[in-house]
Design a protein. Structure first.
Length: 352
């Protein structure tokens, strides 16, 4: 190996080492950086409109930042306060209604025992009641503890939130310049660079918009259904359903299905059937009907790829995985397409 090659190898070793060290250095802020990039992509059209009128990048980025901050903080404070209050009421209600639930379950188990198919089963109403009540109480306790955990770690949350806002300001102000810098670093032709970056921004926007829209619709429908049927903590369950809608293949059914079965067991058969019918025919259909249509407009991926990348993203990266997973999947498919268009085509031309 000649001196020039040795210098080149050493140079790339130094570059890769510094890249790894820098990635490790900013790893605690990967979440804020990621969300800043995603929110910048979503709010950049607003920034452009303001910039056209004010002709000041700094002022335009600042006003856009204020708008985004208000859109995030105000709903979080309102919803978080209401959920905390409802969680306490729900926890107390479970303790107060445990005895009445036991009586209802005794009637239900006696009714089941009258059928031949269940006659050989030993169903203990007390044990069944305790299991259901403990499960529901445990879920509410978990929700309550998580909210309390968040409030106890407000310093860390606020610090990361302000890091996200600080980074977002520069992503908005210098977004075009940063995009060109990234394009210059990519070892592809100009059209391939544009395709790769467009794949990232298009997938992030589409996934986040679709998830928020579908989650909001399902959460709203679920909260209205719970409220009409007289279920305590309707807002809390609506928010939980909105969050659960992120999980591919599960969605909000993890909330309304057990609730409907619980109502039937408790003797409220009509309400339970209404819960199950509306949940399966209306709430779940929002996901199955709207998600493929909306994602197809922004994400050029097979539904199976969307499912696997979303689920894998949530498992690997937590809550931000529902956006990051499809982005990784879209970038992978874009690179595969580039490989096919460049190397496979060249190989075919060479053979011919």
């Amino acid at each position: 190996m000649g001196p020039e090659k040795v210098k080149t190898v050493l140079f790339f070793v130094v570059v890769v080492t510094s890249l790894i060290l820098f990635a490790y250095l900013i790893s605690p802020f990967f979440g804020p950086l990621f969300w800043a990039a995603v929110i910048a992509g979503l709010s950049f059209p607003l920034h452009r409109r303001i910039l056209k009128r004010l002709r000041s990048p700094n002022l335009s980025a600042f006003l856009t930042l204020l708008t985004v901050t208000a859109a995030i903080i105000v709903p979080l404070i309102l919803v978080g306060t209401l959920i905390l209050m409802e969680s306490v009421d729900m926890f107390q209600a479970l303790n107060e209604e445990a005895s009445s639930l036991l009586e209802k379950l005794k009637v239900f188990t006696a009714r089941l025992a009258s059928y031949p198919i269940f006659s050989r089963l030993t169903i203990d109403a007390a044990t069944l009641t305790k299991a259901i009540t403990d499960g529901a109480r445990g879920f509410i306790t978990l929700l309550f503890e998580n909210i309390r955990y968040l409030t106890q770690n407000t310093v860390v949350f606020i610090a990361k939130f302000f890091v996200m806002l600080y980074v977002l300001f520069f992503f908005l102000r210098d977004g075009e310049a940063l995009r060109e810098e990234v394009k210059d670093l990519l070892p592809f032709a100009e059209e391939k660079k544009a395709a790769l970056l467009n794949s990232f921004t298009r997938t992030a926007k589409a996934t986040l918009k679709v998830t928020i829209l579908i989650g909001g619709i399902q959460g709203l429908l679920g909260a209205i259904l719970f409220l009409v049927l007289g279920v305590k903590g309707a807002l809390t369950w609506g928010v939980v359903m909105a969050v659960a809608s992120i999980i591919p293949g599960v969605g909000s059914s993890i909330i309304w299905a057990p609730a409907g079965i619980f109502m039937i067991i408790a003797g409220e058969t009509v309400k339970g059937l209404i819960m199950l019918l509306v949940g399966s025919l209306v709430i779940s259909s929002v996901d199955s009907l709207l998600r493929p249509i909306l994602l197809k407009q922004g994400v050029e991926m097979h539904p199976l790829m969307v499912f696997l990348s979303s689920l894998g993203g949530i498992v690997c990266f937590g809550i931000m995985g529902f956006v990051l997973g499809p982005i990784i999947g879209a970038l992978f498919l874009t690179l595969i397409s580039m490989y096919k268009s460049i190397y496979v085509a060249e190989r075919k031309d060479h053979v011919e």
